[in-house]
Write a protein that binds this ligand. Structure first.
Ligand code: GLN
Length: 534
């Protein structure tokens, strides 16, 4: 029988629920259990693909092309749980399905209501992940308890326990213990009230995970226990970590959360073997050296907008046993201030994915600076397109080179739309999405992967215009990776440069702390070499 753990959050958003869910997944997998993870998001967008990264952080893409919440990135980096379209459900998706059924007459004349029709649909999504080969399903509920839109989800997970048996379900609630500096105290009232809200719906949490700045004293645990109806040892402290988010699972393990879950859900007795994870965290804590990478983007102010990029860069640091410092640069700054100044002291330059014209000239200036200065350059998606435009303009002398995304009538459309994308009018879910094969021909990328064919995830509409491939190659920017079936350029490189590689896909989505992505690792290695050269 599959067990279920529901993770809810209270008091404030951004508590790191996704990270905690992923950490629990890791701990359970480290006990030899087969885990599935999903996130239920109460907003009405069908998926986050159309949302502004400034509001909602990066859009994370799965192998099957589903555009998902960035928390799914944590799930993939921490666990081996296979993720698919079933792993991120939104209210938009739920309502779409309910309304489809209503129009198709499937409700046989019933009045269609939130309870039971919407809640049934939610429960179906939860149950869909269970099965004979799954020991535990972790379901994270997005949003904060008390939000109007979260209500049907909480109602659904309350009912779910009755459906599958009390002994098979556990509720984990995450809250914040704010620290009042003036009187040097951590306050429990918001936690009490948040748990009160849950109990109003009929959910008594089994475990509380409390985010806090200071350690929770035994007295405080007793107080929380008394007011929230859990035992003191069921109050778990999740204090801000010193070095890295990858410490979180170890912090939870130290407090026995893994054993507590196993006991509550009567899971087999086992040791939680986190040795390799622990070793990885040690490398993170004690790097041999430091390099600095500039990430030049449009949504740079918000840490979450390029979440997977920053994580992949950190993993590359682990692979090279160095700390990678990231200098986050708003591309627009490079439109006014010379690149020599803004990028001074950086050992590598990375231009990540992006859309639209804002900051484009700054990105092109960053590419030029890296190309001419022999500074390792890594272009990802838009970062490849910028590299091609820069090369076409400044090396081939095509002043009118551009992407048709920003100039529909570009004189030299070096980046343009594929025929099939020209007809597309809907923005949601219509890009080139998901894992596709890339054949590596030669060069740095081929060497880094050590393989001829790789699968990498995509999320873009525009492509390198094949009409320019020859001229670009003649001048030194060669296509070194291709999608053979679609005849598309996937990787470009400058051989006559210490490290200049750009890819049309998103390698950051496949990097894990225990399996750093080879291209990121190779890029950071090149940055280290550059630093050593001085
Ligand atoms: N805007 C570009 C395109 O649609 C690049 C997208 C991206 O970087 N993810 O092709």
């Amino acid at each position: 029988m599959t067990r279920h753990i529901f993770i809810t959050g209270g008091v404030v958003s951004s508590l790191g629920k996704g990270l905690t869910t992923a950490s629990i997944g890791l701990l359970l997998e480290s006990r030899g259990l087969r885990v599935r993870i999903q996130k239920l998001d109460p907003y009405l967008n069908v998926d986050p693909g159309t949302m502004n990264p400034f509001q909602h952080g990066e859009v994370y893409v799965l192998d099957d092309g589903t555009e998902t919440d960035l928390d799914l990135g944590h799930y993939e980096r921490f666990t081996n749980s296979p993720l698919s379209r079933a792993s991120n459900v939104t209210s938009g998706r739920i309502y779409q399905e309910v309304l489809r059924k209503e129009r198709a007459g499937e409700y046989l004349g019933d009045t269609v209501q939130v309870i039971p029709h919407v809640t049934d649909e939610i429960k179906k999504c939860v149950a869909a992940l269970a099965g004979p080969d799954v020991d535990v399903v972790l379901t994270e509920i997005g949003g904060t308890v008390g939000d109007i839109e979260s209500h049907p989800y909480l109602e659904a997970i309350r009912q779910f326990r009755l459906d599958v048996g009390r002994e098979n379900v556990m509720y984990v609630h995450m809250t914040l213990l704010p620290y009042l500096r003036a009187n040097g105290e951590m306050k429990t009232k918001p936690t009490q009230q948040s748990v009160g809200k849950l109990r109003e719906i009929g959910i008594q949490p089994d475990v509380l995970i409390c985010r806090c700045e200071k350690p929770i004293t035994d007295d405080l645990k007793r107080k929380i226990s008394l007011f929230c109806n859990v035992e003191p040892h069921e109050v778990i402290e999740e204090k801000d970590v010193d070095h890295s988010i990858y410490e979180v699972p170890l912090v939870l393990q130290e407090q026995g959360l893994d054993a507590l879950i196993a006991k509550k859900l009567t899971l087999p007795d086992a040791e939680t073997d986190t040795r390799s994870w622990r070793d990885m965290v040690e490398v993170l804590k004690h790097p041999d050296a430091e390099v600095e990478i500039a990430v030049v983007g449009k949504y740079i102010e918000l840490q979450d907008s390029y979440k997977s990029i920053y994580e992949a860069v950190a993993h590359a640091g682990i692979a090279n046993r160095v700390k990678v410092k990231v200098r986050r640069i708003n591309a627009e700054v490079l439109e006014e201030t010379p690149a020599e100044e803004v990028l001074a002291g950086c050992d590598g330059v990375l231009v990540p994915g992006g859309f639209g014209v804002r900051g484009v000239y700054g990105k092109i200036n960053a590419v030029r600076h890296a190309r001419e200065g022999g500074i390792p350059y890594f272009g990802i998606c838009y970062g490849l397109q910028m590299a091609v435009i820069e090369f076409a303009r400044n090396v081939l002398g095509l002043d009118g080179a551009d992407t048709t995304e920003n100039d529909a009538d570009a004189k030299d459309p070096v980046i343009c739309l594929l025929e099939e994308q020209r007809e597309v009018t809907d923005l949601g879910g219509t890009m080139r999405l998901g894992a596709q094969p890339c054949r590596l021909l030669s060069g740095r990328a081929r060497d880094a992967y050590g393989r001829d064919v790789v699968q990498e995830r995509h999320r873009h509409r525009y492509e390198l215009n094949n009409a320019y491939r020859g001229r670009l190659a003649e001048h030194g920017l060669a296509v070194t990776g291709v999608n053979e079936q679609l005849d598309l350029a996937e990787v470009v490189e400058i051989a006559d440069h210490p490290w200049f590689v750009a890819v049309q896909y998103h390698p950051e989505f496949l990097s894990k702390p225990l399996q750093p992505h080879p291209l990121f690792a190779s890029f950071v290695k090149a940055a280290l070499a550059r630093k050593a050269r001085g």
